[in-house]
Ligand binder design. Structure first.
Ligand SMILES: C[S@@+](CC[C@H](N)C(=O)[O-])C[C@H]1O[C@@H](n2cnc3c(N)ncnc32)[C@H](O)[C@@H]1O
Length: 408
């Protein structure tokens, strides 16, 4: 089975869960530090596939069958750039190798290529590998001008792979910052997290979707705000339903989807969308049910510092009712529809405060909690994932709820 290395985002446990949910035959082999996982898959994972992942920064595919040492690297590189015409550009991304070794190695690689009549240029430094924009722009991912080799040293073993995909950071920044309607109070869901939630949604519907061979979905976000989840769904070619009880949010989401259609040339005939005003606790009256609900529910007020326990308990009590009413409404008016939602988690000086009442009622309401196979449950103590950036005092608990009700 081909071996891959994935360089993870800053919430590695969530990144691993996402890989596990979205690669059909994902076989977790090793987790190295908090940055890298080595895994097996028979799928051909490429740049198009990586674009659908929010939690993985880069993917490399193993480039050798037999065990190798550092002395073999220049020869491997020469083999990888055989098809490049003219000057070769290359980069090395090391893990577990000191900077000096990387520096010596790229010099040796350059000499090796030159001695075979191939002028060569190295991008990146011995300390930092080339940034992903450079990998895209310099033709190192599509192989037109060269390649990046990933070198992972574990004890005496060396894993060498070729980077096949790297996240397009400019594209994320563009749609995050340039969308016309922004609301810094509610619109702070990072696009990458929205992608992750959508991948969990697809997993609830289809089981593992598997590389690029995924089916189209209709996704409903009933707390849509400015529409980050709908935006990411639409970019995926999935149909979108979105609602919010604030008219301002409805207008913002509509504007953003219109902008996206224009920017990316997404015709209404191919990808449908509908946005309306609705309290998520009131019956949903849809012509046809969605495949799945994916939503960042309301997190309550943002906090500048740790909340006193009493305050967190008050916020929690108010939130329990809303979440319960929403889920009861889904079970009653959209039976059979599964839900991926984020719930607030408050950070107090006495530790985390999470929703409990609604958690205890999930079974009775018609939901079974699901979690992708590779998740280490010790992290949260219950089968959920917590997303929290440094300095945030309200985190997001990701809950995946499989409907146990029969669809109508
Ligand atoms: C955290 S924000 C969602 C932000 C969104 N992910 C975005 O991309 O901007 C939560 C949203 O829930 C909406 N909301 C709060 N209570 C609601 C309810 N009972 N029914 C529907 N929407 C509600 C708020 O108006 C707000 O837009």
């Amino acid at each position: 089975m081909p071996s891959y290395a994935a360089f993870l985002g800053h919430q590695p446990h969530i990144s691993i869960a996402e890989l596990s949910a979205s690669i059909r035959d994902f076989e977790l082999q090793r987790v190295l530090g908090s940055e890298v996982v080595i895994f097996g898959s028979t799928l051909d994972l490429d740049a198009t596939y990586l674009q659908t992942l929010g939690g993985t920064v880069a993917i490399a595919r193993k480039a050798h069958d037999k065990p190798v040492t550092l002395e073999d690297v220049p020869g491997l590189l020469r083999g990888e750039v055989k098809g490049v015409a003219g000057k070769v550009t290359f980069s090395l991304r090391g893990f577990g190798l000191p900077p000096k070794q990387i520096r010596d190695l790229y010099r040796t690689c350059k000499n090796e290529l030159r001695s075979h009549g191939r002028p060569a240029r190295y991008v990146g430094t011995e300390r930092t590998p080339a940034v992903s924009v450079l990998l895209h722009d310099e033709g190192l991912l599509d192989g037109s001008h060269g390649c990046e080799l990933v070198l992972i040293k574990e004890g005496d073993d060396l894993w060498v792979g070729r980077t096949v995909a790297a996240q397009d950071v400019n594209a994320y920044a563009k749609r995050d910052m340039e969308k016309p309607a922004r609301d810094t109070r509610v619109g702070l869901l990072p696009p990458k997290l929205a992608q992750i939630l959508l991948n969990f949604g697809a997993w609830l519907v289809h089981g593992t979707v598997g590389g690029n061979a995924e089916k189209e979905l209709t996704v409903f976000d009933p707390f849509c705000g400015t529409g980050v989840v709908p935006i990411e769904a639409m970019l995926r070619g999935w149909n979108v339903l979105a609602s919010d009880d604030s008219l301002k949010a409805v207008h913002a989401c509509e504007r953003n989807l219109q902008w996206l259609r224009k920017e990316h040339g997404i015709p209404k005939k191919e990808v449908t969308s509908k946005v309306w005003k609705q309290d998520a606790r009131k019956p949903f009256e849809l012509k046809a049910p969605p495949d799945v609900i994916v939503t960042e529910t309301t997190l309550g007020p943002p906090l500048e510092k740790k909340a006193p326990l009493k305050e967190a308990s008050r916020l929690k009590t108010a939130m329990e009712d809303l979440q319960e009413e929403f889920l009861r409404n889904v079970a009653a008016t959209l039976p059979g529809v599964s839900v991926v939602a984020t719930w607030p988690v408050w950070y107090t000086s006495k530790g985390q405060v999470r929703l409990e009442k609604v958690w205890d009622k999930l079974h009775d309401m018609g939901f079974r909690v699901a979690i992708p196979a590779a998740v280490d449950l010790e992290i949260t103590g219950r089968p959920t994932l917590v997303y929290r950036r440094p300095g945030q005092y309200v985190g997001r608990e990701i809950v995946m709820l499989q409907s146990t009700r029969k669809a109508s």
